[in-house]
Each structure stands twice: as structure tokens, then as C-alpha cells.
Design a protein around this ligand. Structure first.
Ligand SMILES: [Zn+2]
Length: 223
């Protein structure tokens, strides 16, 4: 008879219990499903138990914003290392695209994963994102612009960036992010960015990458 080490037995038992455990009803709501996905995008699919979200939803069932805030705080409290995704067998195109996005997202810094989830999945305005992240609203455009560019960079790893440096890049990227997210932009800034974009291939290229990153992140579907 083959002897199974006790450790293995325990792992197997836990798995069975996990599968059979009834799923709390709160998770089967649209908000519950979105929050589970947000937590997975911030912490990594293998690090998230649905308990992160159940606790948040139980305490904040009346308020979507509070539930989002609680979920994000709970993710931060866990402070886990985003583990690299396991290599998978050759997959169908849709699955391959999804895996590519998941890998690029996993390569981002923690606050970048957080801000992308809040902006692209939940479409929160900058003021609300800043509230959830406990930072200044003025910082959000910079953070989002860089997160999108870095996501695009990880999606196009290996491609060489040959565009010249631009002295106005910081101002331009902030304004481009604000326009992309329908945040208010003054008339003077609006005129400036439109003129700058026709004259600056570097910022025009960055703009295209930010738009592409945003579209692809949004299309990254729930499994
Ligand atoms: Zn520029």
C-alpha cells in the first residue's frame, strides 16, 4: 500500500473543504464580483481569498464607495508579494491575451495596480480615487499616466523607445491623463496640450500608449 505523507493529506483535505464551502451570497452580486476581481488585480489571483471582500461587503452593504475603500484597505493590510503567475499550457488566443495582461499588471508597482483597478474597472473620478488611496487628487493624473505607460511598456517588452526626450513631458502627461479620464481641464491648458501634441512626437507616442493600455486593461475580462 502506498503511504501518503500526512502533510499531503492535510493539503488535500483543505482543498476539498474549500471547494465544498458554500459561497457567501454577497459575492454573487455585481459589486461582490467586481471587488473580488479588483482584489485579485491588486494582490494576484493566488493571494486572494474571497474573505477579503466578504468582510468589506458585510460592513458596508449600503455604500459602494465604502465597500471599494474597505476592500482596498484590506488588500493593503495583507501586503503580500505578488507571486509570478504559473506558466500555462498553450492557450486559445483570448486566454493568451488575458495572461499577457495579467503578467504585465503583475509587473507593476503596488500603487499602480491599485490606481488602474480603481480608474479602469470602477471608473472612479480622481477625487474618489484619491479618497480611497488616501492621497492628494492632484497626484492621481501623474500616477495614472505612469501606470498606463508602464503597463504598455510591459506589454511591449523588448520594443525600443526611440522617441526624443521632451522637457514638457510631465505637464503633457498629466493633462493627457485628465483628458482621457474626462477630468476638468482649463481652456488655457486645453489649448496648450493640443498645440503641444501636434509638435511633439514623444508625447504623441506616449498618448497612444496610454490609450492602448487603458483599452486593453478595460477589455481584460473577468474569468
Ligand atoms: Zn512633449
Amino acid at each position: 500500500m502506498k503511504v501518503v505523507p500526512e502533510q499531503q493529506l492535510r493539503v488535500k483535505d483543505q482543498r476539498v473543504r474549500h471547494v465544498r464551502r458554500p459561497r457567501p451570497e454577497l459575492l454573487d452580486t455585481p459589486l461582490g464580483m467586481d471587488l473580488v476581481e479588483l482584489a485579485e488585480r491588486i494582490l494576484g489571483p493566488e493571494a486572494v481569498g474571497t474573505d477579503v471582500v466578504v468582510a468589506a461587503l458585510k460592513d458596508t452593504v449600503q455604500s459602494r464607495m465604502q465597500a471599494i475603500s474597505r476592500t482596498v484597505s484590506e488588500c493593503r493590510r495583507r501586503d503580500v508579494q505578488f507571486r509570478p503567475l504559473k506558466p500555462s499550457a498553450p492557450a486559445a488566443l483570448a486566454q493568451a491575451v488575458e495572461t499577457e495582461l495579467a503578467r504585465a499588471n503583475a509587473a507593476l508597482a503596488y500603487d499602480q495596480r491599485e490606481v488602474l483597478g480603481l480608474a479602469e474597472m470602477f471608473r472612479l473620478c480622481y477625487r474618489d480615487i484619491a479618497g480611497v488611496m488616501r492621497t492628494e487628487p492632484a497626484y492621481i493624473s501623474t500616477l495614472l499616466a505612469q501606470a498606463r505607460l508602464d503597463l504598455a511598456g510591459h506589454l511591449h517588452a523588448g520594443a525600443e523607445d526611440t522617441t526624443p526626450e521632451c522637457a514638457e513631458r510631465h505637464r503633457a502627461l498629466d493633462l493627457l491623463a485628465r483628458r482621457q479620464d474626462a477630468e476638468p481641464v482649463s481652456e488655457a491648458d486645453q489649448a496648450w496640450i493640443l498645440a503641444h501634441m501636434t509638435a511633439c512626437p514623444s508625447c504623441a507616442g506616449a498618448h497612444a500608449q496610454m490609450l492602448e493600455a487603458s483599452l486593453r486593461y478595460r477589455a481584460w475580462s473577468r474569468p
